[in-house]
Design a protein around this ligand. Structure first.
Ligand SMILES: Nc1ncnc2c1ncn2[C@@H]1O[C@H](COP(=O)(O)OP(=O)(O)O)[C@@H](O)[C@H]1O
Ligand SMILES: [Mg+2]
Length: 218
């Protein structure tokens, strides 16, 4: 099986892609300019949409109730693709339709039948791009979903910082210059108290485990 893969005509590209994916590296985060006091940081190359979806899948495998993922990046950088990978993996349904919730603000994905990775959990996919005023914000019961559900938030900068729980994980998506399908992801963990008593979320060790999940996916 292994040798067959190596001999196939696509083997060179396959191994090059794999190598690029494995170039995931972990760095100390004290130097991250936008996150003073941050404890962990991980950079991941995403050569194509497939790897971006896989990143969402790896995040889903690490997710716990109360987790909040902040999907940051310009229009078209791949935030919805990460959310799609997350939701399809979380609900064990590769065909699950995940569209951008831009006009709806909040799309909940409840697990009614108990088949999800965390049975009966609800994942909220929020896109706050069009949030303009406090009235819009009050449509969503953030306090409830941050406590009882899992949240994937596009354009989280539209929310007041004080609303965000301290244990969120930031996912920064960036374009690669002169590469139409190239993106990079930078994960920045706050390594502070989680929802559960005594729990610390997103330590460097946890980000390294996530990195291992990406390797397994390949
Ligand atoms: N490496 C990549 N990762 C994610 N999306 C990619 C990548 N390369 C190309 N794309 C394309 O870029 C677009 C990203 O769209 P989307 O996820 O909706 O962006 P956003 O939600 O950040 O505005 C999709 O059309 C996708 O097919
Ligand atoms: Mg989007």
């Amino acid at each position: 099986m292994f040798l067959q893969t190596v001999r196939s005509p696509r083997s060179f590209n396959f191994w090059r892609r794999l190598q690029r994916t494995l170039m995931v590296r972990t760095v100390k985060a004290q130097t991250h300019p936008s996150a003073p006091g941050t404890a962990s940081c991980l950079q991941i190359p995403l050569p194509s949409e497939r790897e971006t979806r896989a990143l969402g899948g790896a995040l889903a495998r690490c997710a716990r109730i109360g987790d909040v993922f902040l999907l940051r990046g310009e229009l078209g950088s791949g935030k919805t693709v990460v959310a799609r990978g997350f939701l399809q993996t979380f609900h064990r349904d590769p065909l699950l339709e995940v569209t951008s919730p831009t006009y709806l603000l909040d799309l909940p994905y409840p697990d009614l039948e108990g088949n999800a990775l965390l049975p009966h959990a609800t994942v909220h996919h929020l896109d706050l791009y069009r949030v303009g005023n406090a009235a819009d914000r009050s449509i969503v019961d953030f306090e409830h979903i941050f406590r009882e559900c899992i949240s994937l938030i596009e354009w989280p900068e539209r929310l007041s910082e004080w609303l965000l729980p301290p244990h969120h994980l930031e996912v920064w998506l960036r374009f690669v210059p002169d590469d139409e399908t190239g993106r990079t992801a930078e994960l920045v963990g706050s390594a502070s108290g989680g929802r559960a008593e005594g729990e610390v979320r997103w330590t460097q060790t946890e980000l390294e485990q996530l990195c291992n999940l990406l390797r397994v996916n390949e």
